[in-house]
Design a protein around this ligand. Structure first.
Ligand code: 13P
Ligand code: SF4
Length: 304
């Protein structure tokens, strides 16, 4: 942390001058997660926080769709994205035309879109979901058939949890979580039978099935904090284990992890630059924003 200290100090001082808060996703590196974030959490928690914080400026330490969600919920605030190239393979996998294609294929079925989507896709959807409330949202839909976009694996995992619904889905996937296989996990378990294997629901269902627990990034944090396993393997983005390891040195983290190249675009240097120059302001077309806000707010209301 010593090498980061000057950046952390400068950012924390500039936050006061700008009346800014930093919303940090659980996949941020430890120096961002522990060093400069005012609030950390999963996608749902950060979206809820964006509506609550009293600040003129939100710096989104996460990926672009998260910053857009904050701007949609708080259009009066300046939302800064430290790197506009910090995208998401899921958000890039579908456009509003894709939503219309699904509606034409399944007439009358509601569209539940993952928050990992652009504002245009949210605007074209009926409601959003995150990994922490997806099953709850799908179960609440007033229709036997429910369209889920764009994550095929989250949709398949939800279909297993909500068998009363016919869940149909778009074939998108997360480049981080699609790489894990049940074979790898079972092989790992053979040699490490004591290790708790914990997977994010963006992993294929066979991977979730081979795990001891599956949950959103905050669900994973809570599981490790509550259970304090001697050894754990987090089947998700690498920074998760680093961030928890700083808080729970008694838990040993094993196994491979995968990096999200988009999340890793966010650095202390870029956060400092954004706060200093106020460059990287996220804008959403007001008409699109209004429609997208309805989808996000419908999700937040159902998740209370
Ligand atoms: P969470 O909502 O679980 O934080 O997931 C966001 C994400 O992008 C996971 O890859
Ligand atoms: Fe998108 Fe996957 Fe990266 Fe999450 S981990 S931001 S879903 S690419």
């Amino acid at each position: 942390f010593v090498i980061y200290a000057p950046y952390i100090k400068a950012i924390n001082e500039l936050k006061k001058t700008r009346n800014a808060v930093i919303l940090g996703h659980n996949y941020m590196t430890p120096e961002i997660f522990h060093g400069v974030s005012d609030f950390v959490g999963d996608s749902l928690q950060l979206a809820q926080k964006a509506t609550e914080v009293e600040a003129d400026v939100i710096v989104q330490a996460g990926v672009h769709f998260m910053a857009e969600t904050s701007k949609i919920l708080s259009p009066e605030k300046i939302v800064l994205m430290p790197d506009m190239e910090a995208g998401c393979s899921l958000a890039e996998s579908i456009t509003a035309d894709g939503i219309e294609e699904m509606r034409a294929k399944y007439p009358g079925a509601p569209v539940v879109s993952y928050v990992n989507t652009t504002a245009e896709v949210k605007a074209a959807s009926d409601i959003c979901c995150t990994s922490s409330n997806a099953a709850q949202i799908v179960a609440a839909m007033d229709s036997d058939t429910v369209i889920m976009t764009p994550d095929q694996y989250l949709a398949q995992n939800v279909a297993n949890d909500v068998p009363q619904k016919n869940v149909v889905y778009w074939p998108g996937s997360c480049i981080v979580h699609e790489q894990y296989t049940a074979e790898d996990l079972n092989e790992f378990r053979k040699y490490n039978p004591e290790t708790k294997i914990i997977a994010h629901p963006e992993c294929p269902p066979s991977v979730v099935e081979a795990s001891d627990f599956s949950g959103s990034t905050s669900g994973i944090l809570k599981y490790v904090h509550d259970n304090k396993p001697k050894q754990a393997m987090l089947v998700t983005e690498c920074s998760m284990a680093s961030n928890i390891a700083d808080e729970l040195p008694e838990v040993k983290f094993l196994g491979p992890c995968n990096m999200c190249p988009y999340m890793k675009k966010i650095t202390l240097e870029k956060i400092l630059y954004a706060l200093h120059t106020m460059e990287g302001q996220v804008e959403v077309d007001p008409v699109v924003s209004e429609k997208a806000r309805k989808s996000v707010e419908a999700m937040i209301d159902l998740s209370r």
